[in-house]
Design a protein around this ligand. Structure first.
Ligand code: AMP
Ligand code: ZN
Length: 113
């Protein structure tokens, strides 16, 4: 999608530190990490956000969670981690391309809002 930052990252028009890639999913380091490990996992096919998920496009979400689990093992997040997706302006979504934050490497704060 035009003018979508993450679509530009997928297309290689904007550089990123990739940690995983396949036909459907890309994972890369967040540019402004909020934890020692902070990775963004995104579908390559543009979806605005979790509010735009339905039966026709949720299969990739299962794949994203499998990638998150695989990365967590590779990165030795043995004590746990957190997966977060922000939705819309109230949810704090600043990039309108569905993405899941994989956070870990430290004891994370428990406040969610
Ligand atoms: P959200 O606020 O949930 O929409 O998350 C968007 C995330 O994208 C933020 O954590 C940003 O730090 C991250 N971000 C923005 N631009 C880039 C970029 N060029 N490369 C990697 N991460 C980015
Ligand atoms: Zn996009």
């Amino acid at each position: 999608m035009e003018n979508c930052l993450f679509c530009k990252i997928i297309a290689g028009e904007i550089p990123s530190e990739k940690v995983y890639e396949d036909d459907e999913v890309l994972a890369f380091k967040d540019i402004n990490p909020m934890a020692p490990i902070h990775i963004l996992i995104i579908p390559k096919k543009h979806i605005d956000g979790a509010d735009k998920l339905d039966e026709s496009n949720t299969a990739v979400v299962a794949k994203i969670f499998a990638v998150a689990s695989r990365l967590a093992k590779e990165l030795k997040l043995d004590n746990g981690f957190r997966i977060v997706t922000n939705v819309g302006s109230d949810g704090g979504q600043t990039v309108r391309h569905l993405h899941f934050h994989l956070l870990g490497g430290a004891k994370l704060k428990t406040e969610l809002c």
